[in-house]
Design a protein around this ligand. Sequence first.
Ligand code: GUN
Length: 454
Amino acid sequence: MPHTCSSLNCTNRFTPETRTRGITFHRFPKDRVMRRKWEKAVRRGGFPSNRSTMLCSEHFRPEDFDRTGQTVRLRAGTVPVCCFKTPDNKAPRMSQTSQKAREPLPVEPPKVEPTPAPIPEPTVDHAYASTPNDLRIKLSEALARVDSLEREKRNARDRERRVRNTVSCLLEDLEVKKILNDELKERLDIYSDLPVHLLSKQSHQYTKEQKDFAVTLHFHGPKAYNYLRESLHINLPHPHTLQKWVSSGQAKPDLNQPTASLKEDASAKYLGGQAAVNENMELSQVNALPYEEFVNIFGNVVEKCPMVAAAVSSQRPFADVDALEAAICDFIDALSNSGKEGILRCHPDLAGRDLQAGTLTRESMSEQANVGFNTLGIEDAYTMSCLNEEYKERFGFPFIICTRMSDKARILQEMRNRVTKGLTEERELAIEEVKKICRLRVRDLVHADAAAQV
Ligand code: GUN
């Protein structure tokens, strides 16, 4: 129930309507002495005020208000002006507008009209405006209302501007952090008829459609998924639940047609690539290669880091393959931690998006196919995707392991184990794996027993 002004005969109630008329409400002071003074001013014999007793702004002088902040406050020590009955049974109005309303109208000399137009009788509706004084009061109240509505409108506009700003910053943030990329947008288009708000649970259980949607969304964009779930509080289940659904067959991510056919393309590329990989050469040839060719051929022994080959090129001639490998490993070891992490970040995810899209390097494709990552079932693919994300989230670079010296089960086990390590230890472990991968890649290019011909 809204509060009512406690002044006798004042009918102002603490409602949005009175607020729009510019009327404010003020609680009785906590201080005992001041409270007595207010009670006296109210002049209601033995009037007991309590914590929710209020007086409206009509019972104070304009100078009693501090209007500098967002809330209209009474200045310290303010006592209401006597609240007494007027002859017309109304409390005297003290607000600025009411006071203005009481000011006399400017007196104008009466105009002499030749034939005065008949003044229409006030209708019942307009009877309230029967005296000039009433009219003035109503007019000033209406003006005060206009003022207050304009203020509301300005505030609403400001609120809208702030919300717009927030939204555009959010979108920018999503783009910059690559949470919302074109590929994800495109994939989510399939679900354009299934808006995320449908995920609001109608019952205790998600529908099959909702489960598939959530699993697919997570599969294609774990970061976006977590963002929607944690920051926008969209009702999406925890990724652990998704994993349970997938392993129990309750849900499956939609890997959709184009991706599957790309997988076949990728396999074809891999098979075609083997021949090239098998064409290895004598060390004397390696030592004799022009710089550009050396970098071309050995540029990917460390995944997508041709600068490693460029750096060791000047150390030729190498006495044997071991010497070439040692030069590469020394170069990597001499890098700063951020340099090493840079190398790690050049690696694609295992069983990740590049594999699906067929955009892996020939070497990486071969290594991933070696452990069957190009033919993973949905459940394994999903588990890999979750582990990859967890790992990258923790360390900022992808999980790397020399797949040719392992198998699918051991790789999964290693992922689970290494994701718990500290950054320093894990960085070194990952770099050791890069070196193992590198040695095998070098040996794909140069005869293992090759020694420089003297
Ligand atoms: N292990 C062997 N090759 C690769 C690769 O290309 N990426 C990752 N992350 N690990 C590998």
